[in-house]
Write a protein that binds this ligand. Sequence first.
Ligand code: OVV
Length: 403
Amino acid sequence: MTPFASTPNFPVNRTDPFDLEILEDPHSFHAELRDAGPAVYLERHEVFGLARYEHVHAALTDWQGFQSAAGVGLSNFRYEKPWRPPSLLLETDPPHHDAPRAVLSKVLGPRALTKLRDAWFSDARCLVDQVLDSGTEFDAVTELAAPFPLRVFPDAVGISNAGRENLLPYGDHLFNAFGPSNSLVSKGAPRVAELSTWVNTQCSREALSAHGFGAQIWSAADRGDITAEQAPLVVRSLLSAGVDTTVNGLAAVLFAFATNPDQWTRLRTNPSAFARSAFDEAVRWESPVQTFFRTATRDIEVGGTVIPDGHKILIFLGSANRDPRRWERPDAFDITRDPSGHVGYGMGIHQCVGQHVARLEAEALLTALAARVATIEPVEPPTRHLNNTLRSWKSMPLRVRLG
Ligand code: OVV
């Protein structure tokens, strides 16, 4: 692939977006990219970058020009073999994308989820009681944000209890693998075969309990909505995209409230009115999925310059979600703002098909906490878990006052 020393029209940035120091704190780098122009050439990886809301939104809604089928990581499937068979949702485009998408959007749709609502609210109260009954200081990542999705989601999919500890490490590697093969990817490499085998085993019809999301995907195959070859890969998408994302989204909203006590007070005035949009505001504010790549299917003009056919484009969702050209006080977590239009779930035909599941988890957990907790504060600063794609945490010590 030709490097772009010959395209002086784009601003050039020499920073590696996947450098560990940038992943630790990306905000000033994002501002630099946004201020440099509508598109930037990222010399380190020979790709283009879009960091302003307007251009991120435009790229996400132009699936013909910005394809996903060549992979949404740095590696281009036209030239390099993917580390696992491509996702039938994430790494395809129409027409192949449409049948699996239609099946999942029905299985995970708002109507289907009404059946889970009461059980998840009650599970959330149970977990919150268990944590608060053993003390008012706890780690919000390891005691709430991780255990809650791990309690409700794998059950809803219908996988066995054994091996569930593999879900987070599998997701961690998967999201690292969208980036360059840096130290984060090598760290995960030794367990890839073992973790993939376990995940793939959970996707067969026999491994899934009756009536869960997994069984419903297999029923769609029986009806002919997708093929029997597609069904296990659609189940794999649930296990791939449904755990680490929600764990980090829940951690984000808890951190947002711990550092914005006035917002917690406001949430408590009417949790059922605020919980959902508060979570969406946290998804905007923190962007648990920071980036995805697309690939240009033709020469595409962006801001007066041309991104050449075949090149990878890094889409900075987290940066778009804090672009001052789009948002007032972008760095403020404010549950009274209208966060709609944020690109934390993506936008367009690939927009997160599990977003109703994520919102339901958040609503259940926030409602259970709001019923018992008057104030939340950090005990010490949280620590990050670095990932090439996810904005993630290792620990988040919090102290609450009941009331
Ligand atoms: C959105 C997303 C992330 C990771 C994996 C997948 C989807 C998948 O479909 O496998």
